[in-house]
Design a protein. Structure first.
Length: 305
């Protein structure tokens, strides 16, 4: 597999997961447009790619506004003559419970994750369609968007919305040869570094050691680099047949998330009145109600901190 001659835009790629994606795309041969809100962070990211013989440039701007999406596309066209791949990774967190979350907390997260994904994809997809070029749209989701998580109303809404948009775009862009997929990463980040459950994994990573097998295999939890291969694969010509999918990856594990499907179907002549539900709901739904949130197995004693 090679991305030689391809051009990629990766939002939120100054550090962490986004930087790992950008570095792997560059390692596979793509020229990369880095994006971050901090000028020095963006410059450092460009330098790491150029130090390995890759090509990169940076756009310093917050993702969300259409103007930023336009700047990102212009940078790809001006610096490298085109665009083939878009990875929408930029995001922020404003975690609070429902009753403490402000309008600003909600709007900020939705603006960067959901609106930022929409504006960037719209800009790149429109250009690709008008140019008659195939392309790859890769949007970053989260397990929170798939199952919910305490204190993350805004983030869950945004990440669930991203997967919904991806499924829609897969339909709309198919004729143009543009794929759209979501990647659901599970990796050590600044956020997970503060969670005691992951302490042993984070400690191993910081020492430059391989994380214990319990994390990598049983939980599918690993490093940013563990996710990057899926990004590069989906960006390649080999993945031209994959679109509209939500693919989970972390550590040694990869998963294909199902589309939501009904787990119970029943019929009642004349419709489901309140009385009919009172009489039959227990029989219909007991044992079939779906779980919410993620549950983790108990930590082995040797990994407890």
């Amino acid at each position: 597999m090679s991305l030689q001659g391809k051009v990629a835009i990766v939002t939120g790629s100054g550090r962490g997961l986004g930087l790992a994606y950008a570095q792997e795309l560059a390692r596979q041969g793509a020229a990369v447009v880095i994006n971050d809100v901090d000028e020095q962070t963006a410059a450092d990211a460009v330098a790491t790619i150029e130090a390995e013989g890759g090509r990169a440039t940076a756009v310093v701007a917050p993702v969300g506004p259409t103007e930023t999406a336009q700047k990102l596309l212009a940078a790809a066209l001006d610096s490298f003559g085109g665009v083939d791949i878009l990875v929408t990774n930029a995001g922020v967190l404003r975690d609070k419970t429902l009753w403490k979350m402000t309008d600003e907390d909600f709007d900020t997260v939705i603006g960067v994750h959901l609106r930022g994904t929409f504006t960037c994809v719209r800009e790149v997809a429109t250009h690709l369609r008008e140019a008659g070029k195939p392309g790859r749209i890769i949007c970053i989701g989260s397990p929170t968007g798939q199952r919910g998580n305490f204190g993350q109303t805004n983030y869950a809404a945004a990440k669930a919305g991203i997967v919904g948009m991806v499924r829609t775009w897969a339909l709309e862009l198919k004729k143009a040869g543009i794929t759209a997929n979501a990647v659901i990463p599970v990796a050590a980040t600044a956020m997970t570094a503060t969670v005691p459950y992951f302490a042993a994994a984070v400690e191993a990573s910081e020492r430059g050691e391989t994380m214990p097998a319990f994390f990598r295999h049983d939980l599918g939890f690993g490093t940013s680099e563990d996710v990057a291969g899926v990004i590069a694969y989906l960006a390649s010509d080999d993945a031209a047949h994959i679109t509209g999918q939500a693919i989970g990856v972390g550590g040694d594990r990869i998963q294909l998330w199902s589309h939501p499907e009904p787990v119970v179907t029943a019929y009642h002549e004349g419709g489901w009145s309140t009385e009919a539900l009172q009489a039959e709901a227990h029989e219909l739904f007991d044992g079939q109600l779906q779980s919410v949130g993620e549950t983790f197995p108990p930590l082995p004693e040797e990994l407890q901190r």
